[in-house]
Design a binder for this molecule. Structure first.
Ligand code: ATP
Ligand code: MG
Length: 443
């Protein structure tokens, strides 16, 4: 993409209303534009990151055996009356009436709709286990939308729902999501620690929030530092190996980790002092088992092996896809701007023409652009006739993993300058060597 043809409205200063660094950087990097409070347009650069996160989440959900579908944003109030949540949900729910006077609502979550789909088509234990998910916009009329996309009113969530014949198999469904989330967040380039969370009225031990540690996080969290060193299950993990699933959870739950609601000061103090982390965190995922909470009132029943009928046991598993864009920046930035993990970066390489008025320089840049694109890299090519200082500042701000600067001085010596954004380390190389190096980095 040539920057001269792109829409990248970067600014030097952040508007005063942006109080956290990720919000400031997203505005300065021209990633989002606010409509009303907590409602954003995703500008081209921001949209690319959102799509990259969505794609990684999709791949990891599929790998764990979940199946994607898409439910609407507008839901029938009647389904929520059936579950008993229509009145219970409160003012966070945006209620809408259509022209024929039917009550609708903009979904804040999807348990009712998915349960309705389930009961329409699934009648036998033979069709289970089943895990269905989608990535769809939600609306919650939050009292205090703030921190940019991290607490929006309209936000993109991945929500998965598992259906099982009994609690024992629902536990396996839960463990699959637990393991899958570890891989997902790892691929997104962040450390998200699973912490005991409030399971709500159902009780039990099956509720975890996945938390990125950050000073600006809204939750107070407590955990054992040892948790940070437990390796993730990894790409080859077998989600059908039940012993391995249980082990992945056990490896982590043996260490103390809890959100404020579940915090036990005595248990925390029992951790060796140098391993006690009392910090703030951002909730980027939440998984929990809720048993028959929806299947009972909504009569989602299936035939059992013995020939009887039983209410299914459910769980739900959320990831804050749009919140993650801010969350990743909170975890990965420096004083110059964003430092994207390569997996979610909006482009792979930022190519800069340091003297667009110079014909030889422009020819060399055009060639580099072509060759990089042909090699499969997504390149943002700053081809504008502007001063190098501003170009470097923009590239640092938007945080692409690699920067390639081409100017007349280097060209005389047959070299271009390659910089790795994360470390700031630069090298003078031939274009061939750059392509080799980046290709090697890709695999
Ligand atoms: P919070 O405690 O932050 O209000 P929640 O517990 O109400 O979140 P869940 O119902 O668990 O949220 O939703 C699943 C995920 O959706 C959360 O883990 C979070 O990452 C994301 N999410 C929830 N509310 C918002 C919001 N207002 N803006 C952006 N993302 C959100
Ligand atoms: Mg939650």
């Amino acid at each position: 993409m040539r920057l001269s043809r792109y829409l990248l409205p970067v600014t030097k200063e952040a508007p005063a209303e942006a109080t956290v660094i990720s919000h400031q950087l997203m505005l300065r990097a021209g990633m989002i534009r606010q409509g009303s409070a907590g409602i954003y347009s995703w500008l081209p650069l921001g949209f690319k990151v959102l799509k990259n996160i969505e794609q990684i989440v999709r791949e990891e959900m599929n790998r764990a055996g979940a199946i994607e579908l898409l439910m609407p944003t507008l839901q029938q109030a009647d389904l929520w009356r059936e579950s008993g949540r229509y009145d219970a949900y409160g003012p966070e729910m945006l209620r809408i009436e259509d022209r024929s006077g039917r009550d609708l609502l903009y979904g804040p979550t999807n348990e009712e709709v998915i349960t309705d789909i389930f009961r329409a088509y699934v009648k036998s234990y033979k069709q289970l286990p089943l895990n269905l998910y989608h990535q769809q916009w939600k609306f919650r009329d939050e009292t205090r939308p703030r921190f940019g996309v991290m607490r929006g009113r309209e936000f993109l969530m991945k929500d998965a729902y598992s259906f099982d014949v009994d609690e024992a198999s629902a536990r396996i469904a839960y463990q699959k999501m637990f393991a899958s989330y570890l891989n997902t967040f790892n691929r997104l380039g962040v450390t998200a620690i699973p912490m005991q969370a409030d399971p709500g009225p159902i009780g039990g031990d099956l509720s975890h929030e996945f938390i990125i540690l950050a000073e600006t996080g809204e939750s107070a969290v407590f955990c054992d530092k040892a948790l940070m060193d437990v390796p993730v299950p990894g790409v080859g993990f077998d989600f059908e190996d039940h012993a391995a699933l249980a082990a992945e959870m056990e490896k982590r739950t043996q260490y103390y980790a809890a959100t404020e609601e579940k915090h036990d000061e005595a248990a925390f103090k029992a951790i060796p002092e140098d391993r006690q982390i009392a910090a703030r965190g951002i909730e980027v995922g939440h998984i929990f088992y809720f048993g028959t909470k929806y299947s009972k009132p909504m009569k989602a029943e299936i035939q059992t092996a013995e020939g009887g009928l039983t209410e299914i046991h459910g769980g739900s598993y959320g990831i804050g896809v749009s919140r993650l864009v801010g969350g990743i920046i909170e975890a990965s930035h420096d004083e110059k701007g964003i430092v994207w993990p390569a997996s979610v970066a909006p482009f792979d390489v930022g190519l800069m023409n340091l003297r667009a008025s110079d014909e030889a320089c422009t020819t060399a840049c055009d060639e580099a652009y072509q060759r990089l694109e042909n090699a499969g890299f997504d390149v943002l090519y700053d081809d504008r006739d502007e001063r190098p200082g501003g170009k470097f500042a923009t590239m640092d701000l938007i945080g692409l993993p690699w920067q390639l600067a081409i100017g007349p001085r280097g060209l005389k010596a047959g070299t271009v300058e390659l910089k790795r954004r994360a470390t700031g380390e630069t090298e003078e190389l031939s274009l061939d060597a750059v392509l080799n190096k980046l290709t090697g980095d890709q695999v």
